[in-house]
Design a protein around this ligand. Structure first.
Ligand code: KG4
Ligand code: ZN
Length: 365
């Protein structure tokens, strides 16, 4: 059983080429991360202040073998020790997804191993389980560069979308705000750093949808307001910091307001005896947001779990974990599993309330 639950995970859906090895001793049990290698392409995309799909796909092709070999070496195991191969099959930039998925298929075919074709959003959704006990069901805020939504996560392969952004994703808003402020790429961490020396009350930026029913998000108006404010006067260092801090405070206020309504929707679905709020995705790496959510959850009687920062942004450990959980449940995919640029986690909700999420990674959910 021990050696039969080691999964190789491969992640190539955006601008990180990543491979990891995760051992899951029992279904729903604690995960052991044997290796976790992430190669970021930041430098290749920085001149364009955003991810260029063709550059990303080429970089994945060049790096994927080396990254997998490095992870195997780090874990000290060979292909014979694996019980399955999990690769992100979407949603994401199709060129990159194809590289990782085809590599996973080739290994699975050559070694006679089961293939697990993983939804990148499910990988984020289950990522808190990499480092903490996070039993189902839980209320998930998934905020990344391509997505911003609340989900009731009720089990492996079972997530219900409660609300979603009607325009930009949260990470996309951070990236665009950072670009307007001349803070570089990737924008989220750069903006957070700049905000540390700024006054969050310096600019009264709008809080879209604040106080409205439901738990959808909107960030387009905030982004435009920030761009206007940035153009009013020359961008001194202090002004840049104040705008960054004011923007971050506005996002945080909106997220907490929406979380209150998401909690009500989660509870209406049965919630959980000891309700649990979980945050995941790259934006969940933001310190102000983590602190705000943690405090808010405590006020509302929720436990709160957020992965360590390195498991918030894209990584392959979360892909391997979902692979291990799915393998334990017998949810194996065929070698004909398609690469999918769009792949909503909750296809019923996505069909009933389609949302268009434009941006650096295109419409995906
Ligand atoms: O989950 P992720 O690595 O990739 C996607 O699946 O989208 O998320 C990347 C996004 C980027 O938009 C990045 O700017 C944002 O997460 N991000 C942050 C922070 N770190 C990463 N946003 C705000 N604060 C951060 N510290
Ligand atoms: Zn992601």
């Amino acid at each position: 059983m021990e050696s039969k639950s080691i999964l190789l995970g491969i992640e190539t859906s955006c601008d990180e080429t990543a491979a990891a090895l995760v051992r899951l001793a029992a279904p729903d049990g604690p995960a052991e991360i044997l290796a976790d290698v992430v190669l970021s392409q930041f430098a290749a995309h920085a001149p364009y202040a955003g991810v260029v799909p063709e550059i990303a796909a080429r970089a994945h092709v060049e790096a994927v073998d080396t990254v997998i070999a490095a992870a195997m070496r780090e874990a000290g195991i060979g292909f014979a020790d694996l019980s399955g191969v999990a690769a992100t099959a979407g949603p994401g930039l199709i060129g990159g997804v194809l590289v990782g998925l085809l590599t996973g298929k080739a290994i699975a075919l050559a070694r006679g191993l089961p293939l697990l074709a993983i939804n990148h959003l499910e990988a984020h959704a289950l990522s808190p389980r990499l480092a903490a006990h996070a039993p189902f069901p839980y209320l998930l805020l998934l905020a990344s560069g391509g997505h911003c939504q609340f989900l009731a996560v009720e089990g492996v392969g079972r997530a219900r979308r409660l609300g979603s952004t009607i325009d930009d994703a949260a990470g996309e808003a951070f990236d665009k705000a950072a670009k307007v402020l001349g803070l570089g790429f990737p924008g989220g961490p750069a903006l957070e750093l700049a905000a540390q020396s700024g006054d969050p009350g310096a600019f009264a930026l709008p809080r879209p949808l604040l106080g409205r029913p439901g738990c959808d998000f909107s960030f387009a108006g905030l982004k435009t307001a920030l761009a206007r404010a940035a153009q009013m006067e020359p961008l001194t260092h202090q002004r840049q910091a104040d705008l960054a801090a004011s923007f971050q405070a506005a996002v945080s206020d909106v997220v907490l307001d929406r979380t209150a309504n998401a909690m009500a929707a989660f509870e209406a679905r049965g919630g959980g005896a000891a309700p649990l709020l979980v945050a995941a995705g790259g934006v969940a790496a933001n310190g102000v947001l983590r602190a705000g959510l943690s405090q808010f959850a405590a006020q509302r009687g929720y436990d709160f779990v957020v992965p360590p920062k390195r498991y918030c942004t894209d990584n392959a450990a979360m892909v391997a974990l979902v692979g291990a959980e799915r393998l334990q449940l017998g949810l194996i995919d065929g070698l004909d599993a398609p690469a999918r640029p769009r792949w909503p986690l909750d296809s019923e909700a996505a069909a009933a309330h389609p949302t268009h999420v434009p941006g650096r990674k295109g419409a995906k959910a």
